[in-house]
Design a protein. Sequence first.
Lengths: 190, 784
Amino acid sequence: MPITMHKMLFIMASLVMFLSACSTTPVSQRPAVESRDVPVSSPTTESAKTSPVPSQQANPQAMPLPPDKSTGTDIPATTPVPAPTNPAVLALLSDAEKYQQQGNMSAAQSRLQRAQRIAPSDPKVYYQLAKAHYELEDFRLAEQVALKGLSYAKGDNTELKRFWLLLAEIRTKKGDKAGAKTAREQAARY
Amino acid sequence: MVSKKNPPPSQQRRNPRSKKKRRALISKGTLFKLLFIILLLLGGATLYLDQQIRSQFEGKRWALPAKVFARPLELYVGAPVSLNDLKIELKALGYQFVDKVSAPGEVAFSASRATLSTRGFHFPDELEPARQLILEFSGDSLSQIRSADQQSLTLIRLEPALIGGIYPLNNEDRDLIQLEEAPQAFIDALIAIEDRDFYDHFGISPKGIARATLANIRAGAFVQGGSTLTQQLIKNFYLTADRTLLRKMLELPMAMLLEFHYSKDEILEAYLNEVYLGQSGNRAIHGFGLGAAHYFAQPIQELKLHQLALLAGLVKGPSYYDPRRNPERAKARRNLVLSVLHQQGSITDEEYMLASTAELDVVPAGSSMKEAYPAYIDLVKRQLRREYKDEDLGSEGLKIFTSLDPISQHKAETSLVSTIEDLGRTYGESLAKLQGSMVVTDPQTGEVLALIGDRNTRYQGFNRALDASRPIGSLVKPAVYLTALEQGYTLISELDDSPFSLTLPNQQTWSPKNYDGQPHGVVPMHEALTHSYNLSTAQLGMELGVEKVIDTLKRLGVDRPMDAYPSLLLGAQSLSTLEVASMYQTIAATGFQIPPRTIRTVTDSAGEPLSSYPFQLQKSIDEKPMFLLQYNLQQVTRSGTGRSIYQQLPININTAGKTGTSDQQRDSWFAGFTGNRLAVVWLGLDDNSPMPITGSSGALRAWTRYMAQEPLQSYEPVMPEGIEMLWIDPLSGKLADGLCENATQIPFISGTQPTETAACTTPEETFIDNPIKRSIDWVKDIFR
C-alpha cells in the first residue's frame, strides 16, 4: 500500500502521542476526585478467598457452591475485593475525563463504554459513566448507572460515599427530594 | 472521492464533430441552412450529454451499501484472549499466516507468541494506526503487548471485521477504493490487458479498434474488443445494458466528453470502483476493492502479483473466467495478463515465472465474512430500521459498528452445530431434521456477541433466534420463584409437591406431572427449583397468582402480551430465544433490565457519528430476592438438572442457569450464564414433533460445549446489604452449625431467616439425631 508522506507522518505522530500517553504515570493525569491511590482499609474488605472455611464438618457435597465461597456468617461470602484497576481501563478513564472536560461527550462516552467492556465490575467506570450522563442531563440513566456502580463498590467505603453523594446530586436534579435525602444519609454512613 | 474539476465555460460548447462536406447539387443557401440546423442539433445534443456526464460524474455516483462491522478486538494485558482465539479473529480479518511478518495483514505464530502487522483503522472516535505488534500469551489471556521496538503498549484495537452490508435495491455491493490504494502492478496489468493506450487516447482508441479488428479477422471470431476503459465506464455508468445502435452512437461522444472534462486518474478511479466482477448470491460484486475481498478475502493492497493479474483478467468476463467455477480458464486468462506484462517489460522474468506458476489462491465460495452472520445482521437491520429509512441504509455508505464477537460466534456455531449432528447420529431419523438457535450476550453490558438462527449458520432465511416463538418449559420457573421470594418466601419455605387437578374455565382438567412421574412430598423451595419439580411449582404459582408471575416476567424484560393460564406456570408461554436471553439477562444483572444491544455506533460514510447507543439499564427487581434466586440457579448447575455442566467446566467457575423442556419434549432449552457470558440455546423440530431429548440432554450439551471453549469468569454476584448467609439443617430447616452433618449454607433476606436452632447443633444430640435422620431418609427413599 502506498503510504503518502503526510499519512506516514500522521501515523508516526499518533504513535508517539500514544506512547507518551502510556509512559506518563496515570497518577499525574488523574483528577482529584479519583480515589484510586487512597489505600482503602475497611473491615469488610478482608479477602473472602483467604478466609478458612469455618465449618470443616459440613459436608462439601451438600454445598451447592464451591468451598471458597463458604465463609463464616459474619463475613459476607461474596464480598468482592476491590481489584486494582487495569492500566488499560485507567488510560481509557483518563482519556474520557479529558474529553469530558473539553465538552466532547461522545468521545468521552465511547471511551467509557470501552472501559466498561473491559472492566464491567469496576465501580470507577460506572462512577464516571454516571457523571457523564449527569452532565448530559440524562438524570434517569445517570441514576441507574450509579446504582449499578454502587453494587460493585461494596466493601470500598470511599467509593460508596462518592456514589451516594453523586446519587444525592442526581436525585436533587431529578426533583426526587426524598431520594436525595436518603442518598445523603447513606453517604454520611461512610 | 474524485475531486471536482470544472473546465472553463468557454470550452463547453466546443463540438468535436462539426465538419460537413459540400455537395454541388444543393444550392449554397440550402446547404448553409442545413448545416446550421445540424450544427444546432449536434450542439444541443452535445450540451445535453455534457450536462448529463458532469452531473452524474460529480454528484453521488453510486448507491453505497451500509457496511456492518464486528466489534474490534481489544488487546491489553490481561485480556481474556487465547492464542487460539487470536487465530480465529485474524482468520476472520483475512490475515495471512506467514513465517516472517513483512507487511500489514500478516501474522506469524510461535508457541505462545504472535507477531503481527496490523492494518490500522479509522474508528469513529480515533485513528488506530497500522503497526507491528508482538503479543505474548499465557493460557487463556494476553500477558504482554509490545511494539516492534520493544515498547510495552497499554491498549490496542485491531481493525474490526467487515461482517455484512445493507444493499441498495439493485443489490450492487462495492467497497470504494482510491486510486492510490490500488497497487501499481495492478494498474499496469489492467491497462495492459484492457486498454494499453489508455494514457494516450482521447476516450476512443482508433489504434485499439484497428488492433482488435485485425485480431478478430485473424481468429475468425470475436476475440478482442476495441473499447477503451473510458468507453467501458461510459457503458456501465450512463447507458443501459441494451445493445442498441443509439447506445453505441452515444458511447463515442460521451467517452470523449468525459476525457475532455476529467483527468485520466479520475476516470481510472471511477472505473476501478464501477466495474462488475461477479456475483455472490443476489449480491453483485462491483469494483476491485470488493473484488479483492470477494475472491481473496484480503484488501487489494495486500494481494500478490498473480492475484492482481487474475482480478485484472476477470473484467473481460467475470462469469466465463470465474476462478471458482472455471479455474482452468481463469488461470489461462491470468497467465495471458502476466505474459502481456512480461512482454512489455513491466515484470521481470523471475516475477513472471513465479506468478504464472502460482496457484489461483482464491478463497472458497461462501467463505466471505459478509455472508457468514445472516442471523446477526438480521437483528442489526431490525434495530436500524427503527431509526433509518431503507433507502438511506442501502445508499449512504453508512458504517455500522456492532458488538458481534467473531470469536464467540465461531465457538457458538461449532458447539451448536456439532451438538445437533451428534444428536442426529444418536437418535437417527427422529432428529434428522433437528433445528436450533442460540443467543450469546455479555451479561454485564447486554451486548449481543453471537446469534444463530439455523443449523446452517449461513442460511439467509428463517431466523429462529428472533422469529421462532416456542414454549419455554421450565425456563419460566425462576419467574415463579422470584415472585415468591419477593413476597416473603424463603429458599427453605416448604412446598407441596403432590399431585393435584384443576378444572380450567374451558372445563378441561389440568393435572400436571413431574418429569420423573413421581411426587416428592413436602420439599424446601430451593430443591423444587434445583430439580425442576412441576407439581410444587404449579401449586406455588397458583398460590401467588398467575397474574403476579406475568408481572414478574414483564419486569424481567419479557415484552409481549401473555395469557394468564395456569399452564403458563410450567412454561406454556412461547418466547423467542432472544426474549429468553433478555429475561435471563435481568437475572444475571441482579434486577437491572439491560436490553440486548447489537449496535454501538452508526457513522456516515466519512466517519462522522450519526447515532450511538449507550449502555441502557433500568432497575426493575430488588436485588435481595434476586440474589436468592441467583443462588438457587447456581444450585441448579451445581447439583440439579444442569449439573452435567461440571463434567466439562472447571469446578471453580460458578455458573447459574435453568433447563427447559416443553410439553411432550417438543422443545429443549437451556439458559444460563457465567460472569462474562450469557447463552441461551434452543433445540427443536420445525414441525413441532415430540423429541427424545430434554433440556439437559439436548440444549444443555451445546451450551456446555460452547462455554467450555470460552475464557470464562466465575459468576460472583455481589451480596447485597440485608442478606444473611446462614447454615441450615436441611432436615429440620432450622439454624445449624458446623456440627450438623449435611448442613447447607442458604442466604436469607434479613428478617425472614429461621430463629430456632436445630437439634444437631449440640454434640450430645447429634448421636441421638443420626439414627432418626437415617430412618427418615429411609422413609423418604420409599416415596422417591
